[in-house]
Design a protein around this ligand. Structure first.
Ligand SMILES: Nc1ncnc2c1ncn2[C@@H]1O[C@H](COP(=O)(O)OP(=O)(O)OP(=O)(O)O)[C@@H](O)[C@H]1O
Ligand SMILES: [Mg+2]
Length: 360
């Protein structure tokens, strides 16, 4: 990401995992002047990962335990199965001979299980960049050696909401108004939203720079009453600052969530009048709706498990650090102890335990 923002030639691709279940995988795209299949980019990623791991441990690695989200694609079993198969095919093509899968939240639960001494029921909450996954699982240190733990999984639910959605809403709430979003033009008419939606959505930003969108944006000046806002919009589009703004919003979100204090969005490439600040309060407001959906999905999981309550809510995934989310979860499940797990390594550590059991 830093290389891209620093001007390195290339294409920025984020959240490739979300493309796994689509037909796009077999299509070609241009990278560095060459036509490559999206599928081959996934293979390349696996090869690089394999090579780095092998260099680290000093021997070849031919087995892989792949984590997968509960749902790659919502409400479409066929595309979900395709995503699963495509991931496995890419790993095989990269040189892994033995490939197994484990659901990511279950892997996270295995990691937590290493730390408990008696039977515990847990709601594992994994809030990442693109998805929020929930699993109710019965954990028991004495059952650790069983490879088939399917019966201990009482329920799973998931929703396609995560950190990138939070970034979009925070960008729309804090930065895009400086470019005219929600600005009322002559006669009280609001501006069209599309350019602001494109600019605040990671995978759509480049649309905003197309010749057609730029032309449309340039002509938009007649719809502004405050032309300084239009000038700023054009400055952002001409300078291709969309990713930089969204990265600034993400950094401020993380700073605000860690410090529980206000954090400024750094926009040094724009005029001085534009210095938006994300406060704990404004963040809670901007994210209230998606966080309510996330909590709802968590409660559905507990309900589907048939348990009256869980002992522990175990948090993992980068976005699980958000204080308003933790507060909402604790309020929704007042009897459970909130445990903050390893935010980034928990799933991978659990996959390693699952892989070791499989091969032992
Ligand atoms: N302290 C923090 N507070 C809030 N959000 C954070 C924090 N640290 C990281 N994030 C967010 O966490 C997300 C990345 O989390 P994670 O690495 O768990 O996702 P992922 O596993 O790649 O995505 P997914 O599980 O959805 O496929 C990013 O959106 C990032 O902005
Ligand atoms: Mg994840």
């Amino acid at each position: 990401m830093q290389a891209y923002l620093g001007g390195t030639e290339g294409r920025l691709m984020r959240s490739i995992k979300s493309l796994l279940g689509s037909k796009l995988m077999d299509e070609h795209t241009v990278v560095g002047g060459q036509s490559v299949r999206f599928f081959d980019i996934v293979v390349l990623f696996f090869k690089e990962l394999k090579a780095r791991c092998e260099a680290h441990v000093g021997h070849t690695i031919d087995s892989a335990m792949l984590g997968r989200p509960v749902h790659f694609v919502d409400d479409d079993a066929e595309r979900d199965a395709l995503a699963h198969a495509t991931l496995g095919r890419a790993a095989r093509e990269a040189g892994f001979a033995h490939i197994d899968f484990q659901l990511e939240p279950i892997a996270a639960a295995f990691d937590f299980e290493q730390r408990i001494s008696r039977e515990t029921t847990a709601l594992v909450v994994d809030i990442g960049g693109g998805t929020s996954d929930f699993t109710v699982i019965r954990l028991d240190p004495t059952r650790r050696q069983n490879t088939d733990r399917a019966r201990d999984i009482l329920a799973t639910t998931g929703v396609h909401l995560g950190g990138t959605d939070f970034d979009r809403l925070l960008d729309l709430g804090h930065v895009m108004p400086l470019l005219g979003y929600r600005h009322l033009g002559p006669g009280g008419r609001p501006l069209p939203n599309s350019v602001f939606f494109d600019l605040s959505t990671w995978h759509l930003i480049h649309h905003a720079y197309s010749r057609k969108s730029m032309h449309f944006a340039r002509e938009l000046w007649t719809s502004y009453t405050d032309l300084a806002l239009h000038a700023r919009l054009m400055q952002v589009l001409q300078g291709h600052h969309g990713h930089r703004i969204l990265a600034g919003v993400e950094a401020a979100k993380i700073a605000c969530s860690i410090s529980h204090d206000s954090a400024a969005v750094t926009l040094e490439f724009l005029d001085a009048a534009s210095a938006p600040v994300i406060t704990p309060h404004s963040m809670g407001e901007a994210l209230a709706q998606p966080l309510a959906q996330v909590v709802q999905c968590a409660l559905q999981c507990v309900q589907a498990s048939g348990l009256a309550a869980v002992d522990v809510v175990y948090l993992t995934g980068g976005s699980s650090a958000l204080t308003p989310l933790m507060d909402a979860l604790q309020a929704a499940l007042p009897g459970a102890a909130l445990v903050q797990g390893e935010r980034f390594g928990g799933v991978a550590a659990g996959l390693a335990y699952a892989g070791a059991l499989k091969r032992s």
